[in-house]
Design a protein around this ligand. Structure first.
Ligand SMILES: *[C@@H]1O[C@H](CO)[C@@H](O)[C@H](O)[C@H]1NC(C)=O
Ligand SMILES: *[C@@H]1O[C@H](CO)[C@@H](O)[C@H](O)[C@H]1NC(C)=O
Ligand SMILES: *[C@@H]1O[C@H](CO)[C@@H](O)[C@H](O)[C@H]1NC(C)=O
Ligand SMILES: *[C@@H]1O[C@H](CO)[C@@H](O)[C@H](O)[C@H]1NC(C)=O
Ligand SMILES: *[C@@H]1O[C@H](CO)[C@@H](O)[C@H](O)[C@H]1NC(C)=O
Ligand SMILES: *[C@@H]1O[C@H](CO)[C@@H](O)[C@H](O)[C@H]1NC(C)=O
Ligand SMILES: *[C@@H]1O[C@H](CO)[C@@H](O)[C@H](O)[C@H]1NC(C)=O
Ligand SMILES: *[C@@H]1O[C@H](CO)[C@@H](O)[C@H](O)[C@H]1NC(C)=O
Ligand SMILES: *[C@@H]1O[C@H](CO)[C@@H](O)[C@H](O)[C@H]1NC(C)=O
Length: 892
């Protein structure tokens, strides 16, 4: 009689049908009973069968849609919870969260499913269930009419449990109801922190009324499926109460134990079997079998009921087993059986037995490893708080970091082998966040970057972020935050351990003590500083050029760079011409720690102002060849000139013998580094980027020559003095040799000695010390040739030669490709390369008169950009392919 019947048990389940009386104080039971898909505003209801109160699932999940089962499948006897479902067409993983649990306690979780063709597709789906981060089971809906019940007994690690429906590509997951019942600690001792019990079968043998026993007859609300087959076995029963033993491990209810079966043929055994059900996560799952046994008959005289229990022929207890009269006994294995494909269980009378074996009830479980590592509980609660605060209806459900392929979008996690996963990054850029900044960001102890840019956050920046030791980047660009930068963060910014971006937050003030004054100062000075270059820009720059040079910035904005040029102007403006004391500079540079450059003037240090603005501090060294008077003159000139293609001076220091200039920080360094980075293909400039850089440098020089009064000569134009910011915008730097023409605007001046850099020096200047703006034009021509060729200004190929000669020699053959930097990969317009090369050769003419003015050069380069733009228009996608800037470079 070993048969298939056990595996069919669940399918036999009659939906509803229980007839029960209840007088329970449900609130005290700690039960959760959820009718999934019940509308949010619908009142809960009391289930007819159990008298338990069901509520809508709206408070337990944020996703999915409600549906009614097709009327064709609704039967009057059916419990109401089957009538509607919640389905999840969107998202790979959708999770219910059951709260207010006690960590470390054991719970029974039950999910039920009845398809009922709710979607009119007549396609029953197959999907997975997870309990927290652990795979629980596959839900295989066989047809529209069959209710499916899945149950697990597990210890919860936290104060909540999550049940997730996972789409495996075989139809849309849905669910009918979800329940949770607390179990006291001693129940089901095989379920522990590392092992859960997944129900395979739970059978109550022999009830002739066919009634499902559950709550309140079973106070733990297990569902005992009735199995009565009077033709297959003898059924015996009692009306007397069957008691639980002291410290009973299962507390099988009396209603279940009062009925039992014995074989019809007293010499036959009771046999049953089940097949192992391997799954992807466990190819040889282990099984636990619990036999609930109680003597229901008073045995007369020397009658004996004693039997062996064997599993695949192995004795559980070779002495045999005798159930006690009207007490619940259980026979079960504690170590799960793994090794078989099929399990045959047999109850066989011993030789001494005068009575056949008896069986009252049976449970079979497969064991589930619940050792899955989770995200650190404190990070989970912080992330949950953040999600709930901003009402993020992203598919942020389940454990934030695990399983890895379901980690929350926008989250960076670090995973260790045996410790919890940690949240290390959070990108909520452009996520529509509003309200103030959650203090819970500061609870993510392992956070390294936090990107909240382009939202609508208001209020102040919480200071607790400064406690996050690993945090190196906060991007708050483009919000509505106000107030000052908290002191803790300022400290971190100044010691160089943190970069804060807060551009485009109109109400953040950089100096906590004088917000009022700064506001005023800002508005009056913006007018001068911003409008002048803006007007010039509009008039001079052709639309197409604007377009082409702005579009190349797109990749950078994806890389967390400051997005707003106006705002960075604001920040540098507020402290324009500020005079620093030496001690202030010590603070700004954290004691002159990080050298980022070195020139004739002295060393250049990295620093941060109080508002987090990164700056470059040039400290005049003792051995500088620049005198004090010259230094002051330069500081004065620089304070007056402003152009978007000249590195701006933020302030200066003249404090006793100390002299320094504080410049805006150019995160991408000097142009020559980008051109020389031959091995490092990461930063290979495209032709369009090169053209834009050439044009911007030319505009900077043109401003010195034509826009300043008196006109200025830079005298040291070279690729190492052209700096790039985060957007790869070029600005001319190092005005240490800047020379003003005499006040009556002589066309040239004579200097006592030649300064500048060999290889960039115009021949007439070297020969006669005659200095004109054409001296700069010559140097600029050399720069242009470097931009085209990627060669140093004195290529060593085959022997050291000035680049002008190097190019002229190679062009004799008329082949432009012989000089073009191969790292542009041929992706350039040959005509525009010719034009730029031609311009460069004109700039480097031997006689100054043959050289064009910087104004001519600017015009020529714009034409080149137009050529390039025309080519690019027919080459969609070109810009997005450009390399961005590295995320760790920074400015503000
Ligand atoms: C539940 O019971 C009430 C009365 O006992 C009855 O009116 C109602 O139809 C029943 N509902 C279901 C779904 O059986
Ligand atoms: C489901 O049916 C009920 C009435 O039985 C109705 O009020 C509700 O709007 C229906 N819900 C959906 C999603 O169709
Ligand atoms: C679902 O069950 C049906 C019938 O038992 C079976 O044929 C099918 O292979 C199962 N699907 C999966 C994905 O397990
Ligand atoms: C849980 O039970 C299994 C099987 O008895 C055992 O191997 C494991 O060590 C137990 N885990 C804990 C945490 O007690
Ligand atoms: C009972 O079982 C024994 C041995 O299995 C067999 O010989 C006998 O015929 C059976 N009796 C009935 C009534 O089936
Ligand atoms: C279980 O019993 C069936 C027949 O009763 C037999 O064919 C099968 O081999 C048995 N399986 C094991 C693992 O003993
Ligand atoms: C039942 O037990 C008897 C001995 O007590 C043995 O001879 C017999 O083979 C057993 N039957 C089964 C099916 O295990
Ligand atoms: C069967 O009874 C005999 C005599 O009473 C006893 O010695 C033996 O241990 C018993 N066997 C079992 C399995 O209880
Ligand atoms: C940002 O928030 C403010 C104040 O709550 C509101 O007036 C404004 O419309 C919001 N802007 C956006 C883009 O959501």
């Amino acid at each position: 009689m070993a048969a298939q019947w056990l595996l069919l048990l669940l399918l036999v389940l009659a939906a509803g049908g229980g007839v029960v009386q209840v007088h329970g104080q449900l609130d005290n039971l700690g039960f959760i009973s959820i009718d999934c898909g019940l509308p949010e505003n619908a009142a809960g209801y009391v289930d007819n069968a159990t008298k338990l109160r069901f509520t809508s699932d709206a408070g337990f999940i944020n996703s999915g849609t409600n549906h009614n089962m097709s009327a064709d499948y609704i039967k009057p006897s059916m419990g109401r919870s089957w009538h509607n479902v919640r389905s999840f067409a969107v998202g790979a993983r959708n999770c219910y969260t059951l709260r207010s649990l006690v960590a470390g306690l054991k719970y029974l979780v039950r999910a039920t499913f009845m398809y009922g063709n709710y979607d009119d597709l007549n396609r029953a789906p197959v999907f997975d269930l997870h309990l927290g981060v652990n795979y629980w089971t596959k839900v295989n809906i066989s047809d529209a009419n069959t209710p499916e019940i899945y149950e697990i007994i597990a210890v919860v690690p936290g104060d909540y449990a999550q049940v997730c429906l996972v789409n495996t590509g075989s139809g849309t997951p849905f669910i009918s109801s979800l329940s949770l019942r607390p179990f006291k600690d001693g129940l089901y001792p095989m379920a522990n922190a590392t092992q859960g019990l997944v129900l395979v079968s739970r059978v109550n043998f022999g009830p002739s009324d066919g009634v499902v026993v559950r709550f309140p007859d079973d106070p733990h609300d297990r569902i005992w499926m009735p199995l009565s087959k009077p033709t297959a076995w003898s059924e015996i029963s009692t009306t007397k109460k069957v008691q639980n033993m002291n410290a009973d491990s299962f507390e099988a209810p009396s209603a279940v134990m009062q009925t039992a079966i014995t074989p019809i043929n007293a010499t036959s055994p009771i046999e049953f079997s089940w097949d192992a059900q391997p799954n992807v996560n466990d190819p040889s799952p282990g099984y636990i079998c619990v036999l609930h046994l109680s003597e229901l008959q008073i045995l007369s005289g020397n009658a004996v009921r004693q039997f062996y229990i064997t599993v695949n022929g192995e004795f559980w207890d070779p002495r045999g087993f005798t159930p006690q009269y009207l007490y619940t006994n259980a026979a079960y294995n504690t170590d799960p059986n793994h090794q078989f494909h099929q399990y045959n269980v047999s109850l066989n009378a011993t030789a001494n037995s005068t009575l056949p074996p008896i069986l009252n009830a049976l449970e079979v479980f497969s064991v589930l490893s619940t050792t899955g590592i989770t995200t650190a509980p404190s990070d989970v609660s912080a992330m949950t708080a953040v999600r709930d605060k901003y009402q993020l209806v992203k598919d942020w459900m389940g454990d934030p970091c695990l399983p890895k392929n379901f980690a929350w979008k926008g989250l960076g996690c670090s995973y260790a082998v045996s410790s919890p996963a940690i949240v290390t990054g959070l990108n909520l850029s452009s996520s529509g966040l509003s309200g103030n900044m959650s203090p819970f960001f500061g609870s993510l102890k392992g956070l390294q970057y936090l990107d909240l840019s382009r939202n609508n956050l208001t209020g102040t920046i919480p200071n607790n972020l400064s406690q996050l030791a690993a945090l190196t980047l906060i991007d708050l660009t483009g919000n509505n935050l106000s107030g000052s930068i908290p002191s803790g963060l300022l400290k971190r910014i100044q010691d160089g351990s943190l970069t804060l971006r807060y551009g485009n937050n109109p109400n953040i003030c950089s100096d906590g003590n004088s917000c009022q004054i700064l506001e005023k100062k800002k508005s009056s000075m913006v007018a001068i500083y911003v409008t002048v270059p803006m007007v010039a820009l509009m008039v001079i720059v052709l639309l197409v050029v604007l377009l082409i040079c702005m579009r190349r910035k797109q990749p950078t904005s994806k890389n967390l760079m400051p997005r707003n040029r106006r705002s960075s102007m604001h920040t540098s403006l507020q402290i324009n011409n500020r005079r620093f004391t030496y001690n202030e500079l010590v603070v700004v540079t954290s004691g002159f720690q990080r050298v980022i450059g070195q020139g004739g003037f002295g060393k250049v240090y990295d620093g941060f102002l109080e508002d987090g603005t990164q700056v470059a501090v040039k400290l005049r060294s003792e051995s500088s060849d620049q005198g004090v008077a010259e230094f002051l003159a330069e500081a004065q000139i620089l304070a007056k000139i402003h152009h978007k293609n000249l590195v701006s001076l933020i302030g200066y220091c003249k404090d006793r013998e100390y002299m320094a200039l504080v410049y805006e920080y150019m995160s991408e360094g000097a142009l020559h580094e980008h051109l020389r980075a031959r091995e490092n293909t990461l930063r290979c400039l495209t032709w369009t980027q090169r053209l834009c850089i050439a044009l911007e440098s030319a505009q900077g020089l043109e401003y010195l020559h034509k826009g300043c009064s008196p006109p200025l000569i830079h005298r040291d134009v070279k690729t190492s003095n052209i700096l790039l910011n985060a957007n790869l915008e070029a600005k001319i730097a190092d005005f240490g040799l800047l020379k003003a023409f005499s006040s009556n605007y002589d066309t040239h001046v004579s200097t006592g000695r030649v300064v500048g850099t060999p290889g960039y020096l115009a021949p007439e200047y070297q020969a006669t010390h005659q200095l004109t703006n054409k001296t700069d034009v010559f140097s600029y021509g050399v720069v242009l040739l470097e931009i085209v060729t990627g060669q140093p200004h004195i290529p060593n190929d085959p022997e050291p030669t000035g680049i002008v000669l190097w190019v002229r020699r190679r062009l004799v053959s008329g082949n432009i490709e012989g000089i073009v930097d191969t790292r542009m990969c041929g992706d350039h317009d040959v005509n525009s390369v010719w034009k730029v090369t031609d311009t460069a050769l004109k700039c480097t003419s031997q006689t100054p008169e043959e050289r064009p003015s910087m104004t001519d050069v600017v015009a020529l380069l714009k034409e080149c950009l137009e050529l390039e733009a025309a080519r690019v228009v027919s080459n969609a996608g070109y810009y997005t392919a450009e390399s961005g800037v590295s995320p760790n470079s920074s400015s503000i």
